[in-house]
Design a protein around this ligand. Structure first.
Ligand code: HEM
Length: 390
């Protein structure tokens, strides 16, 4: 009989995953946990078990199935009928059609071609910070605009609309948003993308949305959903990772300039800890526990990434370790489509930021930073930094 526990949360001032994860990993079987809306889910914390969940054919990503986890007071994941083409919520074979169409756009080679454009964007944000002088909010001035500018350029979305889509994205990733706020955000974003897609149907560009419209594997309605998924997934996650990674490097200055820090920050911070939600559609055994069809599953990727069975001295921030097998991007068929882009963005971001502003430092003690504990993504709301101006 599995033990029932409160849903573990990160503690104030803490970059490491919730302290309870270590205890959960050591228990036999899996753990049941009650969510704020009263439903119960299985928590999966061991690296091997998380990988098994994310590759089991008996386990689904489709939020319309009864029992799919709902981490907020209300529905937190968009349903396929709300956003057709939101393929992270599709199972095979539908999901494969989207993935096959999009993979060629996100290969290592394709992303290498984007590096000069990314470098230009990153440098332009550092220029603006230097021109304004210290102090700065690194989230608002750097970590958020960099991936927003990159994904806008890729999709052909006007960056002048960034406040609109960034604000609505924040509503969607926050647990505390009401049903009305959520519906309004989804409605506004879908209307926006619909308009953009219909403009591009008439005036084709060289961007990804135009390219998808020129192909024949996705309908215009599906391209709206795909565009929205890429726009949302493409900025907020990476922004959190750039900001948290900057904090980690400022606390561990000996690793500044070492590109291996990119992978270790991804592992250590695991900003998308609560993203890979699942539900069993057939009975299945995971980690010695029988999960029944219709039961919700929450694989905690941050817990898996701190599993000592998979990572030696997992609690230490050590960029020299081999960390590529981390599951910060998920695992299996839904593993993050944007991961090559993310790696390029954050590597360039740290390289340019620290080489152009070598005296960069936190402008407040780390424990006072406004960490995000209220949503599916971990990060900081603001990151006050300062430096010595010339
Ligand atoms: C640090 C940054 C990022 C992190 C940590 C991250 C993490 C994740 C995770 C954990 C998943 C798996 C979801 C699941 O299993 O249900 C995922 C899927 C996805 N991500 Fe990312 N992501 C990041 C950035 C990006 C970027 C920049 C893009 C796009 C340009 C992107 C696009 C996607 C898409 C489209 C999926 C769905 C893939 C599918 O269902 O096949 N992500 N991401």
């Amino acid at each position: 009989m599995a033990v029932m526990i409160d849903f573990p949360r990160r503690k104030h001032g803490q970059i490491s995953p919730p302290v309870e994860y270590a205890d959960l990993r050591q228990r036999e079987g899996l753990v049941r946990s009650q969510l704020p809306n009263g439903s119960t889910v299985w928590l999966v914390t061991r690296h091997q078990d998380v990988r098994t969940v994310l590759t089991s054919p008996q386990i689904s990503s489709n939020p319309t199935h009864e029992g799919f986890p709902n981490l907020g007071d209300v529905q937190t994941v968009p349903l396929p009928e709300q956003i057709p083409g939101w393929f992270v919520g599709y199972d095979q074979p539908d999901h494969g059609r989207f993935r096959k169409t999009l993979i060629p756009e996100f290969t290592v080679r394709k992303i290498r071609e984007l590096r000069p454009a990314i470098e230009k964007i990153v440098n332009s944000r550092v220029d603006a910070m230097l021109a304004a002088g210290p102090p700065a909010d690194l989230v608002n001035d750097f970590a958020l605009p960099v991936p927003s500018l990159v994904i806008c350029a890729m999709l052909g979305v006007p960056y002048s609309d960034h406040e609109f889509f960034e604000e609505h994205t924040r509503t969607l990733v926050r647990f505390t948003s009401t049903q009305e706020e959520r519906e309004e955000a989804v409605g506004a974003l879908v209307t926006y993308l619909n308009r953009l897609v219909s403009i591009k149907q008439r005036f084709r560009g060289t961007d990804l949305i135009s390219k998808l419209l020129a192909g024949d594997s996705l309908t215009a309605e599906e391209i709206v959903g795909v565009g929205l998924l890429l726009l949302i997934a493409g900025h907020e996650t990476t922004a959190n990772n750039i900001a948290i990674g900057t904090v980690m490097l400022l606390l561990n200055r000996q690793w500044i300039g070492d590109p291996r820090a990119v992978e270790e920050v991804l592992r250590f911070a695991s900003v998308a800890d609560l993203v890979s939600l699942r539900v069993a559609v057939e009975d299945v055994e995971i980690g010695g526990e029988l999960i029944r069809a219709g039961e919700g599953i929450v694989p905690l990727v941050a817990a898996a990434n701190h599993d000592v069975e998979a990572f030696d001295r997992a609690a230490e921030f050590d960029p020299s370790r081999p960390a590529k097998h981390h599951v910060a991007f998920g695992y299996g068929v839904h593993q993050c489509l944007g991961q090559n882009l993310v790696r390029a963005e954050i590597e360039i971001a740290y390289q340019v930021l620290f080489s152009r502003i070598p005296t960069l430092d936190l402008a407040m003690p780390v424990e006072d930073l406004p960490f995000k504990y209220d949503g599916i993504l971990f990060g900081v709301h603001e990151l006050p930094v300062t430096w010595t101006a010339d």
